[in-house]
Design a protein around this ligand. Sequence first.
Ligand code: NZQ
Ligand code: ZN
Length: 390
Amino acid sequence: MQNFVFYNPAKMVFGKGSEKETGKYVKMYGGTKVLIHYGGGSVKKNGAYDAAVASLKAEGIDYIELGGVQPNPRLSLIKKGIQMCKDNGVDFVLAIGGGSVIDSSKSIACGALYKGENIWDCYTAKDKFTEVLPIGVVLTIPAAGSESSDNCVVTNDETGEKRSSATDLMIPKFAIMNPEYTFSLPPYQTACGITDIMMHTMERYFTQEPNVDLTDHLCEGLLKTMLNNGPKVLKNPNDYNARAEIMWAGSLSHNGLMGTGRIGDWGTHRMQHELGARFDITHGAGLAIIMPAWMKYVYKLNVPRFAQFAVKVMGVDYSFDNLEAVALEGIERLRNFFRSIGMPTSFKEAGLPCDHLEEMAEQALRYDSIGKFKVLTKEDIVNIYRLAAE
Ligand code: NZQ
Ligand code: ZN
């Protein structure tokens, strides 16, 4: 097993009515002047915004607000939020929404105290954030896991790049998670979230490290929980217990625990970010396109691991004589699962053009290498995009 440091201090406040605690926790972490940050309005429709504001008011906490975060959050709005923090003496950022809102909030919270000239330098490894305003979250979509992760992903609307920045500073102080607020999620967003949660687990599961029994079991359990509960919430969006299983899985998949002792791959995410930046496709949908292609491209490097996935997660019968067929059947079943929940699994199914694959591969490799299970060359990336074409 690899050495590791596991650190995740985010306080997870889970369940019905938890939103009423928002003000209490903001106060606990020193917030006196809050920037409330949210997206295109879903949180105003489903009551999450009103509940959080009522809780802040009950604690006598002052606030200003900035809405309008788009999926694949944009740097331009982040810069506006940073300026608002500076102009108004904001000392706490409260995200109400999903990964895009949380990531935008993380960037604002870091950017408000950043002393360099261009915060984009912290997304291209030229510089690092060293200070942050405390961040709190009211989560309304289980997907990105940003409510307990140490990173944020941002699209630079001037250059068309989508990049991430990571530091322990970005781990939110707390996350309020009431699964009832996820009842209003449309089926497509629900399915994208399910896919992203599975991907955060699979990016870690597909490792070349052999001695990771405990985390293998944790990953397999988490993935099976998603396979079991995903279809339930698509059939009955108000199934509280199934929504709750998915919401908790979303945080556990990306709070670092599943990756302890192993080296994750993350190539699928990096290749997907090019789709997100170029086509503005929803993150989970882009992952459903890339992951099966990546699996088919690399499985021969460790057939037993892919066969283990097929048997333990996808329910394929074990066959000692033909492990490769077992591994391939697992990949096919995963792809079929994505299709069954309404995800595209190819460029074609998503209506995306395939005419700039070389350029996308170059862009993906612009700042650093991609993949750990297999380090991918430009040619590999183009081949994977091609495999994902049909
Ligand atoms: O904008 P509003 O109106 O709020 O609508 C949102 C948005 O259109 C809607 N929504 C959210 N909660 C809802 C709801 N609609 C109805 N009812 C609710 N309860 O859902 C849409 C998508 O929201 P978004 O925040 O974009 O979703 P998600 O959580 O999937 O976040 C995606 C972003 O997170 C990044 C992705 O790259 C992408 O930019 N990621 C962040 C990570 C991290 N920080 O650790 C890791 C991930 O791998 C991912 O890369
Ligand atoms: Zn993701």
